[in-house]
Design a binder for this molecule. Structure first.
Ligand code: 13P
Ligand code: SF4
Length: 359
């Protein structure tokens, strides 16, 4: 167990849930090639596009790229699905990503290889308990991370992702708003430290990032004194404190591409190494430690739910229509508001950045 503590966290006990073991699909080269070819044909037949997260298996990411689909972080996955003309979106990721795609595109069919692909942050924030928490703090603006259910989003004023949370909270803080933040206490703690905003934190965590260890990371850094340390902000404070770069998955890949260093220690799901290596083939990537002398890792830098996105189930979903995501229209109509608020905010910000660059 980690020892990081975070102040200003809800004293509600974190909900209990089952965490599966990480089991990646095993395919020989012939099976992988045959399934990839079949999925390519099915995507064209179904007027479908494959959108994958950076944490999915390399074979899934490669297939998304090869078929005109997209591989990205959760914010850009939502943006891409929203603007792409395909009638069917196939989302390889975890359930909140499929739900977000469906909420933004109610007229489209959204398929997932495995609807059981959950997320510990989503499971750790049940809507009834969350609603009660919001009711107890009516003076606060409710900001939820994308890694939540449609029902939790329906209660929120804003949705944010790791790539947009700092900007949104800075904006709300500048308006003098106090914030109720859910569900990731580590991300919330990081955002609070960076912005100085008043954040009350839900007691949730990502079971993958929570396993990174600050003490062991310091030992590894001493062995690689020239390496830059890249950390996803779902990690505990002791790990974030040692980082050269704290960023969303897209931001971490960009850091590998643009920083002049040759070696990088990376604290996030190791599925990201596929894209990092593609972005900078000559650079050396080192996994940050998830187990110490006093602890063993369980997910070991591999999200068990992301690993559920195999090629066999992807092909099955396209052949049969299995794994279709449904969100009740009334719920969707409410949950879309905080999502759209974020997309509008980030579009306006990009225009501002563009305007400043053009000036
Ligand atoms: P990103 O938005 O940075 O891709 O993060 C999503 C996620 O689930 C990280 O664990
Ligand atoms: Fe959720 Fe963590 Fe998996 Fe991301 S890595 S989907 S936050 S459990």
């Amino acid at each position: 167990m980690h020892t990081d503590t975070v102040t200003g966290t809800s004293n509600l006990p974190p909900p209990r849930f089952e965490v599966p073991l990480t089991e990646h699909e095993v395919l020989d080269a012939g099976e992988q090639a045959a399934l990839s070819a079949e999925i390519g044909t099915l995507l064209a037949r179904e007027n479908a596009v494959l959108v994958a997260h950076y944490y999915t298996a390399a074979a899934v990411q490669a297939l998304a790229e090869a078929t005109g689909g997209y591989v990205s972080d959760s914010l850009d996955m939502a943006r891409f699905g929203h603007t792409h003309p395909a009638q069917t979106l196939v989302v390889a990721g975890v359930r909140f990503m499929g739900e977000t795609a469906k909420i933004l595109n109610p007229e489209k069919r959204v398929l997932m290889p495995n609807l059981a692909a959950e997320c510990s942050l989503d499971l750790g924030c049940p809507p009834a308990a969350f609603n009660a928490y919001c009711d107890a703090h009516p003076d606060r603006t409710v900001v939820v991370y994308a890694n939540t259910s449609a029902a939790v989003k329906a209660r929120a004023d804003w949705m944010v992702t790791s790539g947009s949370a700092l900007d949104v909270v800075r904006h709300l803080h500048a308006q003098g708003q106090k914030i109720l933040w859910a569900p990731d206490k580590y991300l919330g703690d990081y955002i609070r430290n960076q912005t100085g905003a008043d954040l009350l934190l839900w007691n949730g965590a990502c079971i993958v990032h929570e396993e990174f260890k600050g003490r062991e990371l310091a030992v590894l850094m001493a062995q690689h004194p020239h390496a830059k340390v890249l950390v996803h902000p779902e990690s505990p404070p002791s790990v974030i404190a040692l980082a050269d770069v704290v960023s969303s998955t897209s931001g971490l890949i960009n850091a590998v591409r643009t920083l002049p260093a040759q070696h990088f220690i990376v604290a996030t799901d190791r599925g990201i190494f596929y894209k990092m290596q593609q972005a900078a083939p000559t650079k050396t990537l080192i996994e940050a430690p998830t187990a110490g002398h006093s602890a063993t890792c369980r997910s070991c830098a591999q999200c068990p739910w992301m690993a559920m996105n195999g090629l066999r189930q992807l092909a099955h979903a396209l052949r049969t229509g299995a794994g279709e995501v449904h969100v009740a229209p009334a719920l969707s109509a409410r949950a879309v508001l905080p999502i759209k608020r974020l997309l509008d905010f980030s579009a306006a910000q990009q225009l501002t950045i563009q305007g400043n660059n053009d000036a």
